[in-house]
Design a protein around this ligand. Sequence first.
Ligand SMILES: NC(=O)c1ccc[n+]([C@@H]2O[C@H](COP(=O)([O-])OP(=O)(O)OC[C@H]3O[C@@H](n4cnc5c(N)ncnc54)[C@H](O)[C@@H]3O)[C@@H](O)[C@H]2O)c1
Length: 225
Amino acid sequence: MDDLDPAPDYPALLRLDGRVLVVLGAGAGIGRQCAHALAQAGATVVCVDREPAAAKAVADEVGGHPVTADVTTRAEVARVFREAAAVGPVTGVVDIVGLAVLRPLMDFDDADYDHQFDVVLRHGFLTLQLGGRALADAGGGAMVFIGSVSGHTYAAKETVYGAAKAALHRMVESAGRELAPLGVRVNAVAPGFTRTPGIADAVAGAGWPETAGGNAYSFTILSLP
Ligand SMILES: NC(=O)c1ccc[n+]([C@@H]2O[C@H](COP(=O)([O-])OP(=O)(O)OC[C@H]3O[C@@H](n4cnc5c(N)ncnc54)[C@H](O)[C@@H]3O)[C@@H](O)[C@H]2O)c1
């Protein structure tokens, strides 16, 4: 027991009262849970999804603000941060957008390739640029991106998905160095199998308990200054 150095009030350090945070891909799965977690910590959450009903449903659940947008285009990402700024200065972003196109390499055509890289990587690039600027203008903040263990390892049918996630990881690491001087911290989390609507479809028929071990394989990529 050390009376001169009492333990801090740790839950108080995690509070986000009065802050505005943006969740990209908030409509389902990990994004929806992130929106709930942030709202429970006191944040006002801007819930962004390409599905209007999903964006509204989650915003209603967490008392946040819905925005319908496809964040794979520059114009839409710019609009997201304009609409979020109208709610208040944005000090945090969680970008969970992503989708695995699980298909043998020989069956992948050029349109699949463009789609896979847009839905995993392009929005990350746009969010780092436009969201990074918004956070810097607000005096600083933090961004978290959702990668995947598929970006760290290899697997059949994940040749393009894994490559896109690996590129997202490296983009986040390098952008962290560039944005740190602006007061913006950038990190990524690379989950393993996580039971969500998206993954349930992907592994349908394979048998969940045999296929997935919960969050048995999770990495955190730290990109600190
Ligand atoms: N679930 C897993 O097992 C798992 C494992 C590793 C990594 N991940 C990654 O975690 C992230 C979330 O996965 P999930 O399983 O929760 O996904 P999900 O499919 O359950 O939910 C994704 C949400 O993002 C939205 N979205 C998709 N594309 C969008 C776009 N272009 N613009 C705006 N919104 C868009 C969807 O409408 C949906 O609401 C993804 O990046 C995924 O690659 C998931």
